[in-house]
Ligand binder design. Structure first.
Ligand code: FES
Length: 116
């Protein structure tokens, strides 16, 4: 399977694989993922606000700004990406990431009454 490395910050492309946990820092949280983890799933399960649809690199709905770090794709994604964007649905973390994504906001006024 062809690997495409995407450079998203200052530094060089990395082609080595990680088995250790890698840090993913967001605007208001931090999580650890392995290079084999799906980044979209990790962000959703940790409570982050992130759109998605196809989960295959086609639609671009999950497009996310990267502050620093490196990710890798098995296949070049079809969705257009600027040089500082990644698709968490189909990339793997290669080196520690800083992402411009926030935790979901909870509207306390709606809690407790599903019919308002
Ligand atoms: S969800 Fe469609 S490109 Fe990521």
């Amino acid at each position: 399977m062809k690997k495409v490395a995407i450079y998203t910050g200052s530094g060089l492309l990395s082609s080595h694989s990680h088995t250790d946990k890698l840090s993913v820092q967001t605007l208001d949280s931090q999580l650890s993922v392995s290079a084999e983890d799906n980044l979209l799933d990790a962000l959703i399960s940790s409570g982050h606000e992130i759109e998605y649809q196809c989960r295959g690199g086609y639609c671009g709905a999950c497009r996310t700004k990267v502050i620093s770090g490196i990710v890798e794709y098995d296949e070049p994604p079809l969705a257009h990406l600027d040089s500082d964007e990644i698709l968490p649905c189909c990339c793997r973390v290669k080196e520690a990431l800083k992402l411009s994504v926030s935790l979901r906001k909870i509207d306390d006024s709606k809690q407790g009454n599903l019919f308002e």
